[in-house]
Design a protein around this ligand. Structure first.
Ligand SMILES: *Cc1c(COP(=O)(O)O)cnc(C)c1O
Length: 218
């Protein structure tokens, strides 16, 4: 069951901060997604390629599909024709593959650099040095069909608000620094994707422009 009251409340909190909302629909049924669609939601996020492909077939064409999970290189070609934003660019190899598949489809694909700022070692993403290396590598400079639009992270799974807040603040700082150093002339480098059901209020306070909310909407 979609929770439309929660949806409207979180959406208005996001909009009050100038942020947008991706409804994370992983493991949710087509009819649950339809209910949010009827309420006006168009941006949905999935973290598994096969599940995304099945849902896309069953749902309206004007949905903007976000990919928010670890993406294997050999699956990029399956989502390249339609994906709206890949939140999980975390290696040069993946960036090269996205670029190649975007070229094959005759389009430009938008992506976010995923950072690993959380305490749990299992979470994926780059650290600052790795991101700099990626952005400064000759291979990356040659890409024309992957357009980096910003950054993404998942905060630590903890009750410690100060810890979560510091991770979000760090992502915002990284975003500003990267924009200054690498994207000065590109207004499209504008996305800070952070904040989930448990921590979105902190994320908005720390400068999120794009929330990824799942469990609270259902
Ligand atoms: C599942 C997921 C979310 C949403 O988490 P909720 O706690 O259900 O809101 C956001 N981002 C990513 C990367 C996820 O995998």
């Amino acid at each position: 069951m979609a929770n439309i009251a929660n949806y409207r409340r979180i959406l208005s909190e996001a909009e009050a901060c100038g942020a947008r909302l991706v409804a994370v629909s992983k493991q949710r049924s087509v009819s649950e997604i339809e209910a949010l669609y009827q309420a006006g939601q168009r941006d949905f996020g999935e973290n598994r390629v096969q599940e995304l492909l099945l849902k896309r077939q069953a749902l309206p064409d004007d949905i903007r599909w976000h990919f928010i999970g670890r993406l294997q290189r050999n699956k990029v070609r399956l989502i390249a024709p339609f994906v709206h934003l890949i939140h999980s660019v975390d290696s040069l190899e993946l960036a090269l593959e996205i670029d190649k598949q975007a070229l094959r489809c005759g389009r430009t694909i938008d992506g976010l650099l995923q950072f690993h700022l959380a305490q749990e070692p299992t979470k994926s993403g780059l650290d600052w040095e790795e991101a700099l290396n990626l952005l400064q590598s000759p291979g990356f400079a040659a890409l024309e069909h992957l357009r980096l639009c910003g950054v993404m992270t998942m905060a630590s799974l903890t009750e410690d608000e100060a810890q979560i807040r510091s991770e979000f603040a760090r992502l915002r700082t990284y975003f500003e620094e990267l924009r200054r150093r690498f994207f000065d002339r590109d207004a499209r480098f504008s996305v800070v994707s952070m904040g989930m059901s448990g921590d979105y209020a902190l994320a908005l306070q720390e400068g999120s422009t794009l929330l990824r909310i799942g469990s609270s909407l259902f």
